[in-house]
Design a protein around this ligand. Structure first.
Ligand SMILES: NC(=O)c1ccc[n+]([C@@H]2O[C@H](COP(=O)([O-])OP(=O)(O)OC[C@H]3O[C@@H](n4cnc5c(N)ncnc54)[C@H](O)[C@@H]3O)[C@@H](O)[C@H]2O)c1
Length: 259
């Protein structure tokens, strides 16, 4: 039974791991399970990234941190090259970088719109493509993308660029799963909602009654806890337990999307 979740000596690369949110927790989960984990985030988040790394190093002293902007191909290249140089392989990619824009359409500039699409959708594609050059060669690999509860429904706030980008991640996931399945690569995405508090969801607390309204919308009557509720699905999708699952979106939302 334990071999289903055996992650010893696996190498994982986790983006968006610098702000203590779902990326950081995914990285810590994989390190606890036995992986060597390379954590990545933008240069501005280097200090936060080092904090994540300090927690990971309690479990895996070969793990390290890289700074990388997921919209910049040359930075992606350098980051993945470092992983291969150190470990000679890559087994798992967790694509957890993301940005939010809560703004009505008439107030949104093309630059603001483009940034959301660039980070959430194009960045996911760029990094998956770069990682898959190794995964296809080695004949196995797991790619876990982060979509959202708001990928086939919308929420109460004006976030149209975010909704569009996260819908894109779901069908991108299916498309990549279709292309790389014959190389024994599983590509799936997680659709979380709503995990509080993280850097992205923290500002929701400023609106009176908003968190209570969201809690009531779930079937479990509570919001997701970033420190514990994302770990199980990340471990499952990264491990041999999910070897026959690909092209899927897995909702982790307390039942929000089921009604
Ligand atoms: N928290 C939730 O309730 C929730 C719900 C649905 C989806 N998600 C998704 O889960 C992921 C993690 O969300 P979170 O709540 O932990 O948010 P977060 O803001 O804590 O984490 C996002 C991370 O992405 C990084 N990032 C931003 N731009 C980047 C770039 N250009 N290159 C590389 N990294 C970049 C940020 O620095 C940050 O560390 C996101 O993709 C988000 O859209 C979160």
């Amino acid at each position: 039974m334990t071999s289903l979740y055996d992650m010893k000596e696996k190498v994982a690369f986790v983006t968006g791991a610098g702000m203590g949110g779902l990326g950081a927790q995914s990285a810590i989960t994989l390190a606890k399970a036995g992986c060597h984990v390379v954590v990545a985030d933008i240069a501005d988040r280097k200090q936060d990234l080092d904090q994540t790394l300090a927690q990971i190093n309690n479990h895996s002293d070969q793990s390290f941190a890289v700074t990388m902007d997921i919209t910049k191909e040359e930075e992606i290249d350098q980051a993945i090259d470092q992983v291969i140089a150190r470990f000679g392989k890559l087994d798992i990619l967790v694509n957890c970088s993301g940005v939010m824009l809560r703004k009505p359409t008439f107030d949104t500039s093309i630059e603001e719109w483009q940034r959301i699409i660039d980070v959430n959708l194009t960045g996911t594609w760029l990094l998956a493509r770069r990682a898959a050059r190794h995964l296809t060669e080695q004949g196995h690999g797991k790619i876990i993308n982060f979509s959202s509860l708001y990928s086939d429904m919308v929420g109460p706030l004006p976030e149209p660029a975010y909704y569009a980008s996260k819908s894109g991640v779901v069908n991108l996931t299916r498309g990549l799963a279709m292309e790389w399945g014959k190389h024994n690569i599983q590509v799936n995405c997680i659709a979380p909602g709503v995990f509080f508090p993280t850097n992205m969801t923290g500002p929701l607390a400023e609106q009176q009654g908003r968190l209570e309204q969201m809690e009531e919308r779930t079937l479990l009557g509570r919001l997701g806890d970033p420190k514990k509720d994302i770990s199980g699905v990340v471990l499952f999708l990264a491990s041999p337990a999910s070897d026959y699952i690909t092209g899927q979106k897995i909702a982790v939302d307390g039942g929000w999307s089921s009604w």
